[in-house]
Design a protein around this ligand. Structure first.
Ligand code: C2O
Ligand code: CU
Length: 531
């Protein structure tokens, strides 16, 4: 399908979505038995108490040892009285939690009960190369693999795990495969009175019969946004707290493509930690952009007023959508409702002067350039106009007249063939046997990453964390980062440049890629070989 057909096709898709989207639910246009009323009566209910993440139970009773099995397999999950989602889950649990402590040994055996190869990638945890669950180490259906590693010092933080096979990651994440990995610090610096909640945000797009809708071309181009937005697998749950409570909200954006621009009505947020754990001092924020793959650790002192109701929601964010813009992008998407009880007011908690110490990485031994681009192949031979960023960035103004293309006659549970667009790093699409960079363990690397495209891309590095040293917006000046943080995923706005510093401690091949899963799968990924 060429560009023009693609745009026409998207406009058609947006029409269908806008009907379903008004009820906050998604209806796949490709389902042969689509019937809107059947879906609407089956909407899962919001407003139920927030449930904690289901746990993967530790089968070992030895201190400092976490042992379990992770079995990805198809499961049905009731969403309402009339609707069951047919998902792929680890151990039958929606977004399960593994909780360990710094210094613990994690020993998890994957039993692959899917009919596709898979891996478990431990996103945000520095592990030896063989334990990284990268595509080179895929586990075939019916096979198993043991992951074993020790959680090193300074690995405390909220991380997560998800499949990472070569081709198939997007589909497996769309079916629900992901979980949280919480690494507790050896010593906690936050006061006991803080009320901690882990929130894993994910989204789903289901057919009327509860099966996961296949990827559309729009999903591949933009990153999939399932319109059913969930927190810990629940729709718009509520959390009841005493007025004045200090909440610690630790959030994972486990969506494939959805950006979360988080705001809590009438409250300021204080960021206390990022992907790689606590930062030195709380940073007050009115809102926080959390891109796919990122985590945030937030403190909020809830209003002292009794019987209040405050919405934590994701607000519209323009991330350079290609093709017709689905209406849900311009709506406020509620995530969680915080209710204050009619009860006594909790006093504010006091925090230590420094939550952590983050050592700046210092002068680099190597500097590298990384460039992210998108390339639209031009089948019409009409010259370079098709790769012009503004042409691709229609924001709803394109209304092609071509038919819906090949996707309409696709089998409902088969993935769509990705459209012919390339997402590249340094001009190359990912190949399993290609190494882009060669580096040395324990050397400080400085990467200047340039998003030479009209879309936002969250840039993720395996095997280590990095510090963002400085940023340069399109047409701007270089600006130093105002404070240090350990990150493994960072957003890049269109034409923005970032300087990142990092050290790889472990030899091996490490991936870096866009964490919009579909972009990664279409090629925006590369390898550094560390020796
Ligand atoms: Cu969370 Cu390579 O990914
Ligand atoms: Cu991307």
């Amino acid at each position: 399908m060429n560009r023009r057909e693609f745009l026409g096709y998207s406009a058609l898709g947006a029409l269908v979505l806008s009907t379903a989207g008004t009820m906050g639910f998604a209806l796949s246009r490709q389902h042969p038995h689509s019937a809107l009323p059947a879906v609407l009566t089956a909407l899962p209910e919001g407003g139920r108490p927030l449930q904690p993440l289901p746990r993967i139970v530790n089968l070992s009773d030895a201190v400092g040892h976490f042992q379990s099995a992770l079995t990805p397999a198809p499961h049905t999950v009731p969403l309402s009285d009339e609707l069951e989602a047919r998902l792929w889950l680890y151990n039958g649990k929606v977004l399960p939690l593994i909780e360990v402590r710094e210094g613990d040994e994690l020993d998890v055996t994957l039993f692959n009960e899917l009919s596709h190869e898979t891996t478990v990638h431990w996103h945000g945890v520095p592990v030896p190369k063989a334990q990284d669950g990268a595509p080179w180490d895929s586990v075939a259906p019916g096979e198993s693999r043991r992951y074993r590693f020790t959680l090193p010092e300074n690995s405390a933080g909220l991380h997560w795990f998800h499949p990472h096979p070569h081709h198939g990651t997007a589909r497996q994440i769309a079916h629900g495969l992901a979980g949280a990995l919480l690494v507790r610090p050896a010593q906690d610096v936050l006061p006991m009175e803080v009320d901690e909640h882990l929130l894993v945000v994910s989204d789903l797009r289901l057919n009327v019969d509860g099966t996961v809708a296949p990827h559309t071309d729009e999903d591949w181009m933009n990153g999939r946004e399932g319109e059913l937005l969930l927190v810990n697998g629940q729709r718009e749950p509520r959390l009841d707290v005493a007025p004045g409570t200090t909440l610690r909200l630790r959030i994972v954006n486990a969506c494939a493509g959805r950006y979360l621009r988080l705001r809590l009505d009438e409250h300021e947020l204080a960021l206390i930690g990022t992907d790689g754990g606590l930062i030195e001092r709380p940073q007050p924020l009115e809102e926080l952009l959390l891109t796919p793959g990122e985590r945030a650790d937030l403190l909020v002192r809830v209003s002292e007023s009794a019987e209040g109701r405050f919405m934590l929601a994701s607000h519209p964010y323009e991330r350079g959508w290609m093709g017709a813009r689905p209406p849900h992008l311009d709506e406020i998407a509620p995530l969680l409702f915080i209710h204050t009880l009619n009860a006594g007011v909790y006093p504010a908690v006091s925090l230590p002067d420094a939550l952590a110490h983050i050592q700046p990485l210092g002068e680099p031994a190597v500097r590298r350039q990384v460039e992210l681009t998108e390339v639209m192949p031009d089948h019409d031979d009409h010259g370079p106009g098709h790769s012009d960023p503004h042409a691709a960035h229609g924001g709803g103004s394109h209304h092609g007249t071509h038919g819906p293309g090949h996707a309409a006659d696709q089998a409902m549970d088969e993935p769509a063939a990705p459209p012919e667009v390339d997402f590249l790093i340094n001009g190359r699409a990912f190949a399993m046997d290609e190494v882009l960079f060669e580096g040395q363990a324990d050397e400080v690397e400085e990467w200047e990453v340039f998003n030479n495209s009209h879309m936002d891309h969250p840039f993720h590095v395996h095997g280590t964390h990095f510090q963002v040293i400085s940023t340069r917006d399109a047409d701007g000046e270089w600006r130093e980062a105002p404070w240090l943080a350990w990150k493994d995923t960072v957003n890049m706005a269109p034409y923005q440049r970032l300087r990142l510093r990092m050290v790889f401690r472990e030899p091996g091949d490490w991936l870096f890629h866009c964490h919009i899963i579909e972009h990664e799968e279409l090629g925006m990924m590369a390898t550094i070989r560390v020796s």
